[in-house]
Design a binder for this molecule. Structure first.
Ligand code: TRP
Length: 364
């Protein structure tokens, strides 16, 4: 049992590409706030490369190419290595040992019910063709979270099933072997728009494979172009027509990004988003004006991030050192947890003096 009331954050991302604005409103922005709140004793941000390999086994190169990319995204949004550890999952061996022991506490039937695993199985048609590593990644994610005694896991809505699985493993482990692991809580974004930011096509959530992303490091011209292409209300043909907000991607994005301050800066005709929405629904407000606001807000929000990234890119060895140091500390903590786990399971034969004693007695 970790004796203390320490508050610890663990969260992370798969390094399969640059991070996008969905990551930003869904998780990154919050992480920076939490980091700066001073309310946490320690913060770990994981570049989950081993998890990325569970469905990219043929493409380790793709994962390799995105380690620094994601680290740069983290640092450019304001994660600060003085306040949080950024670590590389595959370089923390204790995580894989923990995974192994946790696997004994989880049933195949339970993993098949995991919505993420289930939909992947359906997508690939053949149940049996999914890699074992992918099938069990919810267990490995439980190792990620518990290894650091995380109390708080700030993630997007899509990670709810992973947290449920983790909590079950913690409960089961503690019940079987005695209080050892810390029970984590999920921390979700507070607004619906941030919970699930759609792609610019309005269809699904933002995803690289659908080509509907706006990246954090996107160039201004690209941002403007993508906002122009954005899905709105298809029934809103003339400016004078009343417009709908439901499923209107531009407004979803404004919900996620826009503050009252943005109105005084870029669109003083309104005081806030509610006023603008009301006008849109009443009729008489054209999509172009709404899109121009969103464009300005995105450019304004992303410019400092892009600039910081450009600065950081000038010194890649420094980024590399940040990852090395974060991973060093991660190993320290994860090894201590693994030690506790083995103690609880009483498989710590070479550090447990009782082992030699009671085994000797048994044979004497
Ligand atoms: N599954 C997360 C994703 O797909 C990445 C991840 C791996 C993670 N381990 C984690 C998130 C632990 C939170 C906690 O983005």
């Amino acid at each position: 049992m970790s004796e203390s009331n320490r508050k610890v954050i663990l969260t992370g991302d798969r390094p399969t590409g640059r991070l996008h604005v969905g990551h930003y409103v869904g998780s990154l922005r919050r992480r920076v706030e939490l980091q700066d709140s001073g309310g946490y004793d320690e913060i770990f941000i994981m570049i989950a490369d081993a998890q990325a390999l569970t469905d990219n086994a043929e493409h380790p190169e793709k994962v390799r190419q995105n380690i620094l990319e994601v680290a740069l995204d983290y640092l450019s949004v304001g994660l600060d290595p003085a306040k949080c550890h950024i670590l590389v999952q595959s370089q923390v061996p204790a995580l894989f040992e923990l995974t192994c022991y946790y696997m004994n506490l989880v049933k195949v039937s339970r993993l098949k019910r995991n919505p993420t695993v289930k939909s992947e199985m359906q997508m690939r048609n053949f149940e049996e063709s999914i890699p074992v590593g992918f099938f069990t990644y919810p267990v490995s994610q439980a190792a990620d979270i518990t290894a650091f005694d995380a109390t708080t896991v700030p993630v997007g809505e899509d990670q709810i099933p992973m947290l449920e699985q983790t909590r079950e493993i913690v409960e089961s482990f503690n019940k079987t072997y005695g209080e050892t692991l810390v029970m984590p809580d999920i921390l979700l974004p507070s607004t619906a728009a941030c919970l699930r930011l759609p792609g610019i096509d309005g269809k699904a959530k933002m995803s690289k494979s659908l080509g509907n992303c706006i990246y954090l490091s996107e160039e201004p011209e690209e941002i403007a172009k993508k906002v122009k292409m954005m899905f709105t209300d298809p029934g809103h043909l003339k400016v004078s027509d009343p417009g709908k907000l439901e499923g209107n991607t531009v407004f979803t994005y404004l919900d996620a990004f826009c503050t009252d301050e943005h109105f005084s800066l870029f669109c003083p005709d309104y005081h806030n988003l509610d006023e603008m929405k009301e006008h849109y629904q009443r009729g008489g407000l054209g999509d172009v004006k709404v899109k121009n606001l969103l464009r300005d807000v995105l450019l304004y929000t992303l410019e400092p991030i892009r600039n910081k990234r450009q600065e950081l890119q000038k010194d890649i060895p420094a980024i590399y050192e940040i990852l090395k140091e974060g991973t060093r500390r991660a190993n320290e903590v994860a090894n201590a947890t693994l030690g506790r786990v083995k103690d609880s399971m009483r498989i710590n034969y070479f550090t447990d003096e009782a082992f030699l004693k009671d085994q000797s007695a048994r044979y004497s």
